[in-house]
Ligand binder design. Structure first.
Ligand code: SF4
Length: 281
């Protein structure tokens, strides 16, 4: 875990926020926390207002949103009255970062969604944490209304450590995917952003996911790579890697690799791969 983590509890006005921009095809985003101690070096959230106007350095704080179950249920009921309820959890934090072990905020939100499953059309969970397997009982209760998308940007641990030193090790994420799949949960691998990887990357994930999404800084940072440039992510690459991996066309090599291992209809690029499967074209 990153050092000197400051934890505070806050009172949110609401949990469900209208989705927009990259996630505009969802109805709501759901962030149980503000801040993320995984502190990925390429994380563009640190360049967004939610982080820029927050005290402290990105990765060194977590605000835990206090949850009143009854009021969250009222939010779900009100959302249902407005129409479809497709939820993306989470757009600016990881819902299964370490504080979740103790606080169980994401778990409690899931419990409410299971208790009122008729009010939820689809829940997309984006995480890089094996802790999501703790909630398999609830995920199973949501059945086809939930997908877990596990970030795995490379198969090389040394690359993972260089770009995301505080994130869970790759073998644990592979194991988590296997556990989810074995328990009947719809799974996806999010190669997002594409990082330098081996020629065996795609085959190492064979049979571990129902879907794959491939994304990079140029398509996925919401500003055609400009936010990433501001973060000086380029400096993390060796000169050879810049040539081969830090280019707008570099993702195509990874895409081709995955398309040789996974059926074409299971592999998506960028935004399309973050939609509920039923909404993908
Ligand atoms: S896990 Fe996601 S939100 Fe957290 S630092 Fe990494 S990229 Fe940012």
């Amino acid at each position: 875990m990153a050092q000197n983590i400051r934890v505070q509890h806050t009172e949110p006005r609401r949990f469900l926020q209208p989705a927009s921009g990259y996630l505009q095809d969802y109805d709501y985003t759901l962030n149980p926390f503000v801040g993320c101690v995984f502190a990925c070096k390429y994380c563009y959230v640190r360049a967004m207002p939610i982080a820029r106007f927050h005290e402290g350095q990105w990765g060194n704080y977590v605000d835990v949103k206090q949850l009143d179950s009854a009021s969250f249920t009222r939010e779900l009921i009100a959302a249902r009255k407005r129409g479809a309820v497709r939820i993306f959890m989470s757009s600016s934090t990881d819902p299964y970062q370490p504080i979740e072990y103790r606080e169980q905020r994401s778990r409690t939100l899931l419990e409410q969604m299971v208790a009122h499953a008729d009010l939820v059309d689809f829940l997309f969970i984006q995480t890089r944490s094996p802790l999501v397997t703790r909630d398999i009982d609830l995920l199973q209760a949501l059945a086809q209304r939930v997908m877990v998308s596990m970030t795995i940007e490379t198969d090389l641990e040394d690359v993972r450590r260089r770009f995301t030193p505080y994130a869970p090790p790759l073998p644990k994420r592979y194991e988590a995917l296997r556990t989810l799949r074995d328990n009947g949960i719809l799974t996806q691998v999010a190669v997002s952003p594409v990082l330098p990887a081996s020629d065996h990357f795609a085959s190492s994930l064979r049979n571990l996911a129902d879907y794959v999404v491939i994304d990079d800084y140029f398509m996925g940072d919401g500003a055609s790579g400009k936010r990433t440039k501001q973060l000086h992510v380029e400096e993390l690459y060796t000169p050879d890697e810049i040539e081969n991996w830090y280019q707008p066309h570099a993702y195509q090599k990874t895409l081709t690799q995955f398309q040789t291992i996974f059926p074409a209809e299971q592999v998506y690029v960028s935004r399309m791969g973050f939609l509920p499967p039923a909404d993908r074209k």
